[in-house]
Design a protein around this ligand. Structure first.
Ligand code: NAP
Length: 278
């Protein structure tokens, strides 16, 4: 690598599973940049030291994955999104200061924008299944886009209540038993649980009560077509999958590090799809 090479990395423990190098190195080639994107497998006990010397290690920024997102938030200057979500997944330097954001928020909404432009103008209520780490980003993104009522259904009700405490009255914790009724006035249903993921039980939910114009989104991307998305498509509903979100969330970091806003293309999607089924 020559002197002028700008490098970024994904830091995690483990990090082998990350598709970020595939995505960013595809764009680097596509835009013919003098740049590189690497994996850094960093144990929790050495993360603080690693991040404190990120630029000395030759990096202009980084993605952060499990289990370091909260520590990255604490060690950087987070924007409103990262602070609200309580986790940072993208870091960059601005005037020598290490800044951070959480790009899951825009990854999710940009993926919906691509699936149904204007979805937020007549979305009605939203139902979010799950109240874990990713649900915080989804709820924040929905509030940012003006969705007035977000019903959160979670196995552990206390976590849904915690989302309401964090984000206010737009969030309404609800029981699973209320779902059939809630779905009748839902414009957007989002699965943020790990149900439906390879090796996990499927998410079993009757989509019949949903209005015909409802949009169904799943964060799970392995398998690409989850049982939830398959059921939604069988009912003729529009869907947005987890891979779309994963690709869109990568855009901002690439732009911040390398100065080019990259496109999420059909070709990139196919590349990652092929890797996911390996
Ligand atoms: P998390 O913080 O561990 O939360 C997991 C959620 O799933 C919790 O709400 C949990 O309920 C629920 N859950 C787990 N097992 C369950 C079961 N057997 N029955 C009912 N509910 C169950 O995980 P996360 O970070 O939010 O991630 C969730 C999923 O989103 C994962 O599949 C992840 O890969 C995916 N994801 C995708 C993207 C993307 O870019 N596409 C980004 C982030 C995450 P309890 O609270 O009751 O435990």
């Amino acid at each position: 690598m020559g002197e002028g090479v700008r490098a970024a990395c994904v830091i995690g423990w483990p990090v082998r599973h990350s598709r970020s190098p595939l995505i960013h190195n595809y764009w680097i080639k596509q835009y013919n940049l003098e740049a590189d994107y690497r994996r850094e497998e960093i144990a929790p006990e050495t993360f603080t030291d690693f991040l404190a010397h990120l630029s000395e290690r030759g990096y202009v920024g980084a993605n952060i994955t499990i289990p370091h997102k909260e520590a990255a938030l604490a060690m950087s200057e987070p924007d409103d999104r990262a602070r609200a979500v309580g986790a940072s997944n993208t870091l960059w330097y601005y005037n020598g200061r290490l800044c951070s954001t959480n790009t899951d928020v825009e990854g999710f909404t940009a993926n919906l924008d691509a699936a149904v432009p204007g979805w937020d103008k007549h979305a009605g209520d939203a139902v979010v299944l799950g109240a874990g780490g990713s649900a915080r980003g989804i709820v924040y993104g929905l509030i940012e886009r003006g969705i007035g009522k977000i019903h959160v259904v979670n196995r552990t009700p206390e976590r849904a209540a915690a989302l309401q405490a964090r984000f206010g009255q737009a969030v309404q914790p609800a029981n699973e038993a209320a779902l059939p009724h809630l779905l009748t006035r839902t414009g957007l249903l989002v699965n943020t649980t790990s149900l439906g993921m390879t090796g996990q039980p499927p998410l079993v939910i009757d989509l019949e009560p949903l209005p015909q114009q409802a949009l169904v989104a799943d964060l799970v991307y392995a398998p690409l077509e989850t049982p939830l998305l398959a059921a939604a498509r069988a009912r003729g509903l529009v869907t947005a999958d987890g891979l779309g979100m994963l690709l869109h969330q990568a855009v901002r970091g690439f732009q911040l590090w390398f100065g080019v806003r990259p496109d999420v293309t059909r070709q990139l999607r196919t590349l990652v799809e092929t890797d996911l089924v390996k």
